[in-house]
Design a protein around this ligand. Structure first.
Ligand SMILES: Cc1cc2nc3c(=O)[nH]c(=O)nc-3n(C[C@H](O)[C@H](O)[C@H](O)COP(=O)(O)OP(=O)(O)OC[C@H]3O[C@@H](n4cnc5c(N)ncnc54)[C@H](O)[C@@H]3O)c2cc1C
Length: 477
């Protein structure tokens, strides 16, 4: 179908103010947080109801036009990229909290709701929404459900799938299904579990039922400074080996510290090679003793300083350092490429040594800020997009880093998804039979492949242009 008549049909369905196809406006949607690959949609629509989404999907289905959802576009694996053009369904106008059931600790929300807004909405009731991606000030609950997102506190509280009780979804043929319920798992297959993490390839989520969690009575937040990343890595293994599961156990390396220090002025020693941000939460009794045990482990591993946040303000400042780390890097590097490999926790020191060596071999820089307790690495390969060959070297280094993760018994992604970015490497991790079975599952929901095509699975040949980086987006989250 001609673009012009597709756009006309969309405008007829939603009204002209809910459709954009102007070339300059489409540029906003040419990539997500994975800025290496880019592709433009034919049109972007801004629905306000699930029924409008169903109508758009029915139109696309009838005309055989590809379509996909986009939340905040903070995804780091190219999941929201319209690789075959078509219609991008932008969820920003579906951002309401529909219902809060305080007694049963359940909320029903629209998918465009920003993650942090939900916790803010229920804070007065002593509740919050536990999954907290570092991007939580921007990313949406629909995007979180599609990616099965994690975050610093998933070490204790689990990832998104542990907090989603049910979903409403428009299937790629325009039918609407619901699964799960406020009561959680019912009889039959766990469709909610299947849909969470399906990376937007099974349909468009239009409503989410989530579990709310009671705010802990108390927190204890420690920042332990180490002379080297090696010493910090061994400490992570020892803390967990001692039978202590903190709520969060995050690593920030010296490069990221430098960037964060420049504007937060935390005053960590200049000799700091890495900082572990360790948070305990729960009932007040016993937290001090646990913190003392952790402090002792840190000191045995050569910690230069262990700072314990004395109040909420200091706790918030330490978390700001962690959650705004990606954005802060904009001060010290022109561009970076973020990875998300997972390794068994005990392999942390070895993995990090090998990763530093890879990046050095390619003549590039590296920064590390990651969920150490989960063994979920985020090596950020630093490069300068203005230098010829730099981006290619960054891509090669990234591939070698992920190979190390898989070889050490880990996996390709802890939380950012496979998307477009890692699809060609899926055979490192899965057999042909595994991949075929997964594709058969996808085709039950999405038989024509119109919904978010080109994602998750390796396909012969690449269908998007790979172009030089723009300046790394200064996402502050
Ligand atoms: C600074 C920074 C920090 C980050 N930290 C973390 C972290 O700690 N943990 C973590 O897990 N991730 C993290 N991320 C990655 C990203 O924020 C998450 O993947 C997030 O869930 C994406 O949400 P979004 O709304 O931006 O989704 P988008 O990027 O817009 O979309 C992501 C995918 O979800 C699909 N999708 C979106 N909405 C729907 C819907 N309604 N129905 C069906 N499919 C849909 C899209 O099609 C796409 O495939 C970080 C990203 C940045 C930039």
């Amino acid at each position: 179908m001609e673009s012009a008549s597709l756009i006309q049909s969309l405008e007829k369905l939603l009204g002209v103010e809910a459709v954009t196809s102007a070339a300059d406006e489409l540029l906003v949607y040419e990539c997500d947080g994975h800025t290496i690959e880019r592709a433009l949609p034919t049109a972007v629509v801004f629905p306000t109801t699930a029924e409008q989404i169903a109508e758009v999907v029915r139109l696309c289905h009838r005309l055989r036009v590809p379509f996909l959802a986009r939340g905040a576009g903070t995804g780091l694996s190219g999941g929201a990229l319209p690789v075959e053009g078509g219609v991008l369904i932008e969820m920003a106008r579906m951002n309401r909290v529909l219902e809060i059931d305080e007694v049963n600790q359940v909320a029903v929300v629209e998918p465009g709701l920003v993650n942090l807004r939900l916790s803010q909405a229920v804070q007065g009731m002593g509740l919050y929404y536990a999954p907290d991606p570092s991007s939580q000030a921007a990313c949406t609950l629909g995007g979180n459900a599609a990616e099965n997102s994690g975050g610093p506190h998933t070490l204790k509280y689990g990832v998104t799938t542990n907090h989603v009780l049910g979903l409403e979804m428009v299937l790629p043929n325009g039918e609407t299904i619901t699964c799960g319920s406020r009561a959680g798992r019912g009889p039959g297959y766990d469709l909610t579990g299947l849909l969470v993490g399906s990376e937007g390839t099974f349909g468009i989520i239009t409503k989410i039922i989530v579990r709310l969690t009671r705010l802990p009575e108390a927190y204890k937040t420690l920042a332990a400074v180490f002379p080297s990343i090696d010493a910090a890595s061994s400490t992570v293994t020892e803390i967990i080996g001692a039978g202590i599961i903190p709520a969060a156990l995050e690593m920030i390396d010296h490069f990221v510290l430098r960037a964060v220090e420049a504007y937060l002025h935390l005053g960590f020693p200049a000799a700091a090679g890495a900082v572990l941000l360790i948070e305990l939460d729960g009932i007040r009794d016993g937290l001090d003793e646990l913190a003392e045990r952790i402090e002792a482990i840190c000191r045995q591993n050569g910690s230069l300083e262990v700072r314990v946040a004395k109040d909420d303000a200091e706790r918030a400042l330490l978390w700001k350092a962690r959650k705004e780390a990606f954005g802060a890097l904009g001060r010290v590097t022109r561009s970076f490429y973020t990875h998300d490999g997972v390794i068994p926790r005990t392999k942390l020191p070895e993995a990090l040594r090998r990763i530093y060596a890879i990046v050095e071999k390619h003549g590039l820089g590296i920064a590390n800020v990651f969920h150490a307790g989960d063994g979920n690495l985020h090596p950020l390969v630093l490069f300068d997009d203005r230098k010829p060959g730099d981006q290619e070297r960054a891509l090669k280094a990234g591939e070698e880093i992920l190979r190390v993760c898989v070889d050490l018994g880990g996996s390709l992604s802890g939380e950012h998804g496979i998307g477009l970015e890692k699809r060609e490497w899926m055979p490192w991790f899965f057999t042909d039979q595994d991949l075929e079975l997964m594709q058969r599952v996808r085709s039950v929901f999405n038989p024509e492949g119109l919904c978010n095509p080109g994602k998750v699975f390796p396909t012969p040949g690449r269908c998007v242009e790979t172009r030089p980086f723009a300046k790394a987006p200064n996402v502050s989250a």
